[in-house]
Design a protein around this ligand. Structure first.
Ligand code: NAG
Ligand code: NAG
Ligand code: NAG
Length: 753
């Protein structure tokens, strides 16, 4: 019986493959059953016996047919990507096989299908539906939007769910406002504030510190200006608010004032700014673990919370301060950014300001909303597409555009699937996050809560936040694994301002060398996905031509539809649609192709260039005798070589692979998927160093920190040789482990080390 079974099955499969598209499986199976019926031997001895035998054989035949059919159902490899998925073998489904005929669509058809379903008029309608002025995280407005998103997902017949977190948000004072006085004069009502500032009053002379970057403070140090106990006045831009405050705190300053300078931001003198100063993401009172109600953890604070007060002021208030400031003139390189009529001085001891902050910490219940379109082959592998839903103020460009695209993409792709025209191989999870304004809290808490469940399952994150802020240019931040996917995608999406060109051609710079990717900042909504969870991630923006590339209205009460309309010269809806196509193409590619479209090669280049930099530095320091010769870079070099070889080998395997072989495809995809997660350092704790990625994360375990340490040897001769050795060893081994895993099974590992 067993042997017969498998024989029949083997014979059945290829034939069926041929026939699925044309005849339908039903006809074929019936055929087989009939042939069993015809087989009975004809040895007429006794009529009765004949009838009984015929009947018996008929029953056995029928049973075999039935069993084969059943077994077929269970064992037919689902990887037959060009052909029907398993379920069409069910008799009940036979009627459905006709419309499913072209099982896996050509990519060309998938693209045009999405383009047809993502329409400007629907986007426009959703923009109106999802825009409102009162949707701060956890507020009734935010909840109302959450319900709308949920309803829209349900209307698409998506499987939906929500998750709840109880997080600590810092809100402005319950009554009155924070106050800033300068030379005894109150500067006025402060509408904006900086969440997670310390509480209390700081008083001291004001010192102007440009953007508050490390090099700015170094400059002040060189001028032997003692910053201890001072109030630092800095302008917004270049680095995050949290970094400015952290830099000031290391100088022992007592407070920080941040203002938007007209040279950087085209805002009025009276525009208030909001922001947060937690140097990290997620709820700062539950670092590294989720804020579920039932999590019983001892009270703990993120190391990224500042101990000094910080407050935003308007450009007008900053002007008031600067006009009266004494002291030295600011360095020449800072002066070019001076506002007309205001001279930058560094301040002297009589320029005393007082900053009083009384923000309140409020435990707030927040909800993320999810919907999934399940894949037909690898349901347990998913791309996550997400958008921030909350905002301080209207947040039109920041949250309404993203939320709109989230529901519209979900609808378009659900339609493609429901109409039976498109079958994603893997799943697509759509997520609407809240408390993004306070440092990606909703998203981070979700990652913290489900880190182990997401491991090896979520293989990509695409952020829809702030995707349109202008019309002239394009920029993105992503894992190197996704760089090729991005450039291919941009070649497929038509530019809005120049319809003769695709976006890639439009933004390609003159010399043909296009650099689309910028380093990903901690404030990027994709940052925790990439550096905390090790999920290859991307965020992108169709931006204006402005030099800083920053949209001035983010985190102000002026982030409205009108402002975005003006910034995009009236092409707003078309640009949003184009951004939706960029995100949609990337997501669909990742669930359509047999193999994940990720370039392990590109990482090889990134690792190589970093390591070469390190080796050069070490050589230089050893030559000048600043570093003992006991430090060796051979290991690091060899780990780099090993990664390169593994990447090349994998590329060869991919070239030789048979795409119809499900098991092989899955194995290859597993290897590709692991790369990012394997670059998370296993040697640091997520509660103290959540961003464990050794190349793109933050903390003492990163190659960046290693470079800084070498710099310290060079500039001041102050370094810790033992610590340096440890940094070398751990970084080396992290890269080596990553390349071992990329190489395949333990018996394939490259042992040359
Ligand atoms: C800087 O000022 C603080 C407080 O005024 C003082 O304690 C400290 O010694 C000063 N540091 C230097 C290097 O002068
Ligand atoms: C800040 O204060 C600490 C402790 O008082 C001191 O060790 C450190 O050197 C100070 N840093 C600067 C930059 O003055
Ligand atoms: C700050 O102080 C106010 C009142 O003084 C208090 O209600 C609030 O909880 C404090 N906030 C924090 C973050 O400690």
């Amino acid at each position: 019986m067993e042997g017969g079974d498998s024989q029949v099955e083997m014979k059945l499969s290829p034939e069926m493959d041929e026939e699925v598209g044309t005849n339908g499986v039903g006809e074929h199976l019936k055929h087989h059953r009939e042939s069993y019926k015809k087989k009975p031997p004809r040895t007429p001895k006794d009529i009765c016996f004949l009838i009984a035998a015929t009947l018996l054989i008929f029953i056995i035949g029928y049973l075999i047919g039935y069993l084969v059919h059943r077994k077929q159902d269970k064992t037919l490899p689902p990887c037959d990507q060009t052909e029907a998925p398993v379920s069409v073998l069910d008799d009940e489904d036979l009627s459905l096989t006709e419309p499913y005929a072209p099982k896996q669509l050509d990519w060309k058809d998938v693209k045009s299908m999405l383009a047809d379903r993502l329409t400007g008029s629907q986007i426009d309608a959703s923009l109106s539906e999802f825009s409102r002025n009162d949707h701060q995280a956890g507020s009734p407005g935010d909840e109302a939007l959450a319900n709308k998103v949920l309803k829209r997902f349900q209307e698409n017949n998506m499987h939906t769910w929500t998750d709840e977190h109880n997080v600590q948000l810092q809100l402005p004072p319950a009554s009155g406002s924070n106050t800033v006085t300068f030379r005894g004069q109150n500067l006025g009502t402060l509408q904006g504030y900086l969440a997670y500032s310390a509480n209390g009053t700081a008083q001291g002379p004001v010192v102007y510190a440009h953007y508050g970057q490390t090099e700015d403070f170094d400059y002040l140090k060189d001028l032997t200006i003692n910053l201890s106990g001072k109030i630092i006045l800095v302008r917004a831009g270049k680095i995050s608010f949290a970094e400015k405050v952290a830099n000031a705190a290391t100088m022992n300053a007592s407070g920080v004032l941040i203002y938007p300078d007209p040279a950087d931001y085209a805002l009025s003198d009276t525009t208030h700014l909001f922001g947060h100063v937690h140097l990290g993401t997620g709820d700062p009172y539950t670092p590294g673990f989720p804020s579920f109600h039932h999590t019983q953890f001892p009270p703990i604070r993120s190391s990224g919370l500042p101990n000094i007060v910080a407050q935003t002021i308007t450009a007008g208030m900053a002007k008031t301060i600067m006009r009266q400031m004494g002291g030295r003139k600011a360095p020449r390189i800072w002066v070019k950014d001076e506002q007309s009529g205001v001279q930058f001085k560094l301040g002297d001891d009589s320029d005393v300001a007082s900053v009083e902050v009384n923000n309140v910490l409020v435990e707030t219940s927040i909800h993320n909303v999810f919907g999934v379109i399940k894949g037909v082959q690898d349901e347990d592998r998913y791309v996550v597409i997400g958008a921030q839903r909350d905002a301080w103020g209207p947040g039109f460009a920041k949250s309404t555009v993203g939320t709109t695209l989230l529901v519209e993409l979900a609808k378009a792709i659900s339609n493609m699937v429901r109409e039976g025209r498109f079958m994603p191989r893997r799943s697509l999870v759509f997520a609407s996050w809240t408390a993004g304004e306070y440092g990606s809290i909703g998203a981070t808490e979700w990652l913290e809560g489900y880190l182990t469940s997401l491991n090896m399952k979520a293989y990509s994150y695409i952020s829809l936040d702030g995707v349109v802020t202008g019309s002239g240019s394009f920029k993105a931040s992503a894992s190197p694994l996704m760089s090729d996917l991005l450039s291919e995608t941009l070649k497929e999406v038509q530019s809005v301002s120049d319809p003769q060109k695709n976006i890639y051609a439009q933004v390609a710079v003159a010399n043909g060398q296009i650099s689309l990717l910028e380093p990903m900042q901690m404030t990027d909504p994709a940052y925790p996905f990439l550096t905390f969870s090790g999920i290859p991630s991307i965020s992108f923006q169709i931006t204006g031509e402005q030099a800083s590339g920053e949209y001035p209205y983010f985190s102000t009460l002026q982030d409205t539809r009108d402002k975005l309309n003006t910034a995009t010269s009236g092409n707003m809806v078309q640009l949003i649609r184009a951004a939706g196509q960029v995100a949609g193409h990337m997501a669909l590619r990742l669930v359509h192709d047999h193999l994940l479209r990720m370039s392990v090669d590109t990482y090889s280049k990134v690792i190589t260039s970093l390591i070469i930099k390190i080796i050069d530095k070490v050589d230089e320091l050893q030559m000048s005798g600043q570093l003992p010769s006991t430090i060796t870079t051979d290991w690091l070099s060899s780990a780099r070589g090993s990664y390169g070889r593994s990447a090349r080998d994998l590329k060869r395997i991919i070239q030789d692979s048979n795409l119809e072989d499900v098991e092989q495809c899955r194995k290859i995809n597993d290897r590709i998927m692991r790369v990012e997660a394997n670059l998370l350092s296993p040697y640091v704790s997520p509660t103290t160093n959540p961003f464990r990625h050794i190349l793109l994360g933050a903390g003492p375990h990163t190659l960046g920190a290693l470079v800084d340490h070498l710099e310290a040897f060079k500039s001041s001769g102050s370094g810790d040789v033992e610590l340096l050795k440890k940094q070398f060893a751990l970084a080396t081994w992290t890269i080596q482990s990553c390349s071992n895993a990329l190489a395949g099974d333990v018996w394939d590992v490259d042992n040359e080390m």
